[in-house]
Design a protein around this ligand. Structure first.
Ligand SMILES: Nc1ncnc2c1ncn2[C@@H]1O[C@H](COP(=O)(O)OP(=O)(O)OP(=O)(O)O)[C@@H](O)[C@H]1O
Ligand SMILES: [Mg+2]
Length: 242
């Protein structure tokens, strides 16, 4: 589903990513863990095409991003859903408009797109808020709307960048439950950045540990946490008291 090969990205003197290889199979849930600044968000942004890598390539569903024809790109992007830390909703639009906007941009008639958007809002328990603007919603509710927006294109691959950061613990629990349901309901591939290591252990098929822009360890949760080889993985093992 996703294949990343030899990805490197620099911001001036900062090497954000160095030679990252990563594969996510259809239906596989992979959690990306590592200290702040190790390159997790940069990796997701390169996968989503928001950031152009200096070296290496990203292949989604058999298409190499860099080589994709301009008519292939919109379709490819719709097959990838991205949920950011903080919901990044457009303030002037209602919840249903926020969810529908990508579909409209891709050429779907507005009334149809809004109907699909409302169905997506229902799926995340936010049907009641279709006509509300982001400022009329709580942080957790906004994040649900953002999840609906990511789901609405029926993505084959979902990217999550700390979707529960800066939410209160009760809401974190609700969002994690929602994500767990999404994992169970389909064979969508997911690449998840989270500091909720207990959750990662529970839902991910594989944990990938990063440090200073490199992947340093990867494997099934129980395996890597039972016998971590890298310092990063050992730190997470201690965090879990595993
Ligand atoms: N647009 C940018 N311009 C300059 N430097 C950047 C930019 N984006 C990221 N960086 C740098 O690249 C490195 C990796 O950043 P990145 O955001 O990928 O880390 P992260 O693992 O997501 O961290 P966190 O857990 O804090 O979100 C950091 O040193 C960061 O300062
Ligand atoms: Mg980040």
């Amino acid at each position: 589903m996703l294949r990343v090969r030899g990805l490197s990205k620099r911001f001036g003197p900062v090497r954000a990513l160095t030679g990252v290889d990563l594969e996510v199979q259809p239906g596989e849930v992979v959690a990306l863990l590592g200290p702040s600044g190790c390159g997790k968000s940069t990796l997701l942004r390169c996968v989503d095409g928001l950031e152009a890598p200096d070296e290496g390539e990203v292949e989604i569903a058999g298409v190499v991003l860099r080589e994709a024809r301009s008519d292939e790109l919109p379709l490819l992007r719709r097959r990838v859903g991205f949920v950011f830390q903080g919901s990044h909703l457009l303030r002037r639009l209602t919840a249903e408009q926020n969810v529908a906007i990508g579909l409209v941009a891709a050429g779907q008639p507005t009334h149809q797109a809004l109907a699909v958007a409302r169905a997506a809002l229902e799926r995340v328990g936010m049907g009641w808020a279709a006509g509300r603007r982001p400022e009329e919603l709580s942080g957790g509710e906004r994040q649900r709307v953002a999840i609906a927006r990511a789901l609405v294109g029926e993505p084959l691959l979902m990217l999550w960048d700390e979707p529960t950061a800066s939410l209160d613990p009760v809401v974190v629990h609700e969002i994690l439950k929602l994500m767990e349901g999404l994992v169970a309901e389909s064979d969508r591939a997911m690449l998840l950045v989270t500091h909720q290591v207990g959750f990662a252990r529970q839902v991910a098929h594989r944990l990938v540990f990063m440090e200073a822009g490199r992947v340093v360890e990867s494997g099934p949760p129980e395996e890597v946490l039972a016998a971590p080889r890298s310092q990063v993985a050992r730190r997470y093992q201690m965090l879990l008291g595993a």
